[in-house]
Design a protein around this ligand. Structure first.
Ligand code: HEC
Length: 138
């Protein structure tokens, strides 16, 4: 019995650690609660972090590239507000795996603005076709 209880406790701790590592806590947010993009950051952490890595939201979704559902690492891609809205409404750019309309309306806009500001911080000067006119992230 003792051993079983210990295993159970270990499992609970593992799950708790796993959840916080997934970014559901708001500690990892690069945006403070009094900033405009805060709502978007929180929404991203809640709705998108399971599949997308984005450091500014404290998320590590793309740690496991073996999973087919893992979306692109948004630290490595620059995104415009329009592109993020498009991805949200259409389920990524191909409509293949990412679910559509996870967030809608104002919340979608807030998420998009947040992603557009913070995505691509690790992008190494690799704009995609059609995005050369985008201002580079500060
Ligand atoms: C179930 C996993 C999943 C969730 C949840 C998810 N995505 Fe995605 N996302 C993907 C996958 C997979 C792709 C790539 C496939 C494609 O483009 O069709 C993608 C693509 C994208 C792209 C395009 C990236 C690029 O440059 O190609 C953006 C932007 C994006 N997602 C934003 C979001 C936002 C914002 C949310 C939350 C509202 C979100 N995603 C939630 C899986 C997910």
């Amino acid at each position: 019995m003792r051993l079983k209880a210990l295993i159970l406790i270990a499992a609970v701790i593992a799950v708790a650690l796993g959840v916080s590592a997934c970014g559901y806590g708001e500690k990892g947010l690069a945006v403070k609660s009094n900033e405009t993009l805060y709502n978007g950051a929180v929404s991203f952490a809640q709705h998108c972090s399971g599949c997308h890595t984005l450091s500014a939201a404290g998320t590590q979704g793309t740690g496991n590239r073996g999973e087919r559902t893992q979306g692109p690492n948004l630290d490595q891609r620059q995104e415009s507000v329009e592109d993020v809205i498009f991805a949200i409404q259409n389920g990524g750019f191909t409509g293949a795996i990412m679910p559509q309309n996870i967030v809608v309306g104002k919340e979608a806009e807030e998420v998009a603005k947040f992603v557009a500001k913070y995505a691509g911080e690790e992008a190494q000067n690799a704009p995609r076709p059609g995005q050369n006119d985008e201002p580079t992230a500060p």
